[in-house]
Design a protein around this ligand. Sequence first.
Ligand code: FNR
Length: 347
Amino acid sequence: MKESRQAQRKDEHLSLATKYYERAHGDHPFDQVRLVHTALPETAVAEINTSTELAPGISLTVPFYLEAMTGGSKRAMQVNRQLARLAARHQLAMATGSVSVALKDPAVRDSFTVVREENPTGVIIANLSASATVDQARSAVRMLDADALELHLNAAQELVMPEGDRSFHWLTNISKLVDALDVPVIVKEVGFGMNKGDVTRLSQAGVQVVNVSGRGGTNFAMIEDRRNHSTDFSLLYGWGQSTPEALLEARAAKSKLGVIASGGITSPLDVVKAGVLGAQACGVAGYFLNILIKEGSDALEQTVTDWTRVITHLLALLGVNDYAGLANAAYVLSPELLNYVSQRGLE
Ligand code: FNR
């Protein structure tokens, strides 16, 4: 049977996210953050606790998780099944791709619900557009028995898509969704970052957690542009705040919001640096997807095992006993990043 246009689009995202994935366009943004070594850590690996809080009432045993990617086609179902098995074995939280396609077409529901079947007791996060209705949001949470809901903000992506949305009045709706749902709502970007004012406005709207999802990894301006070719949008390939910039923006908002990092998280050192810049957890999408598709699920499993061990070692090296404690660790910014901080008045 021929798959729908929506399903084709989901498959194209998977293909293009691996075809065009590069660790960095230019420099890797996290290279602009250096951690200051201490010769006296005064701790031991056995004393390190890697657990952290994803959102109020949701704790994670490790500070990284499988970020929102897919669902809505047969291939997406295979990917979700493999990711969910890994999540279950390693107690990783996992977000699905946007569930909206399954709300419209029940035939593709199982490409999402497989995530819960494979991982009955794990932390699962549903995902929808910030323009979703309350009914859609409740259905998405119910469909996956989700522990939290991510609402994505993706204006740049939509504008590059000929068939994309052209209206981005989201804030009032987000506030309504936060009030109506009984699971935490995480508002996330999709790889273009956020700024200080965004974080302040989301906090005022009642949101408890943001995922700044910055530039530096998967590039949806490029992915959608390569899908279409109708209008040349290559001028947006470098658009947005890098993840370190977006984390510094979020921290400067001085809100009570929880902050998650995603966008270009490609190593355990990035996870640690994100924690130093104020993240309470890190979502990893493109990097893990590339390993899964190019090297297979055993390779991804090994990567997850390695990351967990190396993060523990890095915390010990820094003399920090838990992930939240990283927020007090010493660091130095590159001249370029310091210039960003200074021009934006983020000190
Ligand atoms: C995504 N991402 C995404 N985000 C979202 O909120 N809803 C979605 O449906 C999707 N779909 C999706 C598909 C694929 C194939 C990829 C690789 C990514 C975006 C993702 O969650 C994340 O915000 C960005 O990819 C940046 O993180 P990485 O990829 O640099 O780790």
